[in-house]
Ligand binder design. Structure first.
Ligand code: F0G
Length: 506
């Protein structure tokens, strides 16, 4: 069983993670125009400190959060290494009992104005599309601890062709792949690594299908912490692996799937004081909430009817749902959009559970070319289920061919995303066919990862190699018109013009 690490290794043993309350200061922009220069983590920390100390404007107490078990409701100030309830072992979430008494948080007009105002601030924390919304986040002891790559601030695009193809009037996408390391993970990572830094951890750790590890490695490097990455050997894209290596993580490829990596990591963090950065970490969930705030702000506080999110470990759907529920509680919005989760057919434990009206999730052995969501035992299924119920959303599953087609369709609109993100459009088509989404309704697809996260998938698709010789080979023939294999030609204008003519006439 687990044994504590020997003293002579020099580990700093930090077993409890404390939720602190804090006083946040608003910066005085006039003093700090130099802050926009990116001069490395240490210089940046010094600058942030200077700006905070120069600050003369409004001060306010940030939310004093508690950790609450999602099953037994036990409330505490501290979490153990695996962020599980000490009483019943289920996941904990962050709750904000002090919001009721906080005048600023209770004033939706003031909050909206403050968040808008911060957009023009030169302060690093204000330029972050996450920390800009810090009134709804757990408070650090000091703003100096913020580790930021200016995450968030992602665009909303209209997808006209996808709307036509799926039979609804308005399809928008919030592109979280436009975050600094190319995935939505950055929005959670900025919050959780800031807490890890403040708690004095030397090591942070995660199991990952690729994006979490890329993001964690980058934020750890910015914070001056060491990163331990556990990934399934041969089952993550090279681009994501390359990111973790370049950002300096100790990267271990385990002979296991993601669920196996997670199992090992849970034991590792009990045996050494590394800070767990998977989405069971409730601080990550708090950061990931901000995509919902930013989205609704970008839509001028008008709500879409539906939000569609890919489902893997089910942290992201939980986070987005939590944000909408909290916004409603605070009067920032007056109704809830329906939040639906789409899984790949080969990694569909939540869909199975809901279809069979089961009360517990039964893990599956996951298989899908959308490797980011190749997860058979999602940790946050109860949180996601709660969100589906509260928002009256749906679940659905999509095939490998449907994923590849939807990815090509999004790409053909000049947007592009990684395969796991494309389940949202594939799922939208199904939800429209089922009558769950009506033609006049507005839908937002959350694209979770950047196009360049998995170029191998895309190249195989266009070369016709993705499904060749496999069980989907014949179904994939419907995708021929989407495929654009590169043409090899002699280096002459004649050859190029002939190719152009063939393209015009095809
Ligand atoms: N989309 C992308 C691009 C992802 O990387 C992930 C998860 C998901 C969707 C699913 O989100 O797990 O919160 O339901 N990737 C994790 C990782 C598990 O390790 O990078 P979820």
């Amino acid at each position: 069983m687990s044994s504590p690490l020997p003293v002579e290794t020099g580990w700093r043993k930090t077993t409890d993670i404390c939720v602190s309350s804090a006083v946040w200061r608003l910066p005085a922009p006039a003093h700090c125009d130099h802050l926009t220069r990116d001069t490395g983590p240490e210089a940046e920390a010094t600058l942030i400190k200077r700006v905070n100390h120069q600050s003369t404007s409004q001060e306010f107490a940030a939310a004093a959060p508690k950790l609450r078990c999602i099953s037994c409701g036990r409330v505490s100030d501290r979490a153990g290494q695996t962020f599980r309830c000490t009483q019943c072992g289920d996941l904990v979430e962050i709750a904000y009992p002090d919001w009721k008494a906080n005048e600023l948080v209770r004033s939706s007009a003031r909050l909206k104005a403050l968040w808008r105002e911060r957009k023009t601030s030169p302060h690093a924390a204000d330029q972050s599309g996450v920390w800009r919304f810090r009134e709804l986040l757990p408070g650090l002891r000091s703003l100096d601890s913020v580790v930021t790559l200016r995450e968030g601030n992602t665009p909303v695009y209209q997808l006209q062709r996808s709307a036509r193809l799926s039979g609804v009037d308005t399809v928008l996408t919030k592109h979280q792949g436009m975050n600094p390391t190319g995935s939505f993970k950055d929005t959670g990572m900025t919050v959780a690594t800031s807490f890890a830094k403040e708690a004095g951890f030397r090591w942070v750790a995660c199991a990952s299908t690729g994006n979490t590890s890329a993001s964690m490695a980058a934020y750890a490097a910015r914070a001056g912490m060491q990163a331990l990455v556990l990934i399934p050997q041969g089952k993550i894209s090279w681009s994501k692996l390359a990111q973790a290596l370049d950002y300096g993580a100790l990267t271990c490829q385990l002979r296991a799937d993601f669920d196996g990596c997670m199992r090992v990591l849970n034991e590792v963090v009990l045996r050494m004081p590394a800070y767990l950065l998977n989405s069971v970490n409730p601080y990550r969930i708090e950061g990931q909430k901000t995509v919902a705030l930013e989205l609704v702000e970008q839509l001028n506080w008008e709500l879409p009817d539906h939000i569609i999110v890919p489902g893997g470990n089910l942290g992201n759907s939980s986070a987005i749902g939590k944000a909408f529920l909290e916004m409603k509680e605070l009067g920032l919005i007056s109704r809830l959009p329906k939040l639906s989760v789409v899984q790949a057919e080969g990694a569909n434990p939540l869909v199975r559970m809901i279809r069979s009206k089961g009360e517990h999730l039964v893990p599956v052995e996951a298989e899908t070319a959308a490797t980011a969501i190749r997860i058979g035992n999602p940790a946050s299924w109860k949180k996601a289920l709660g969100v589906l119920k509260a928002t009256e959303g749906a679940v659905d599953e999509v095939s490998e061919v449907e994923i590849a087609q939807a990815k090509a369709e999004i790409g053909s609109e000049g947007i592009g995303c990684e395969p796991a993100s494309a389940v949202t459009l594939a799922g939208l088509k199904k939800l429209v066919r089922r009558g769950f989404i009506k033609p006049a309704e507005t839908v937002v697809l959350i694209l979770t990862g950047h196009f360049l996260k998995d170029p191998e998938f895309t190249l195989k698709f266009h070369r016709g190699e993705l499904f060749a010789g496999g069980k989907d080979d014949s179904a994939a023939s419907a995708l021929l018109s989407y495929q654009r294999a590169p043409i090899v030609l002699d280096a002459s204008a004649d050859a190029v013009l002939a190719a152009l003519e063939r393209a015009e006439n095809s």
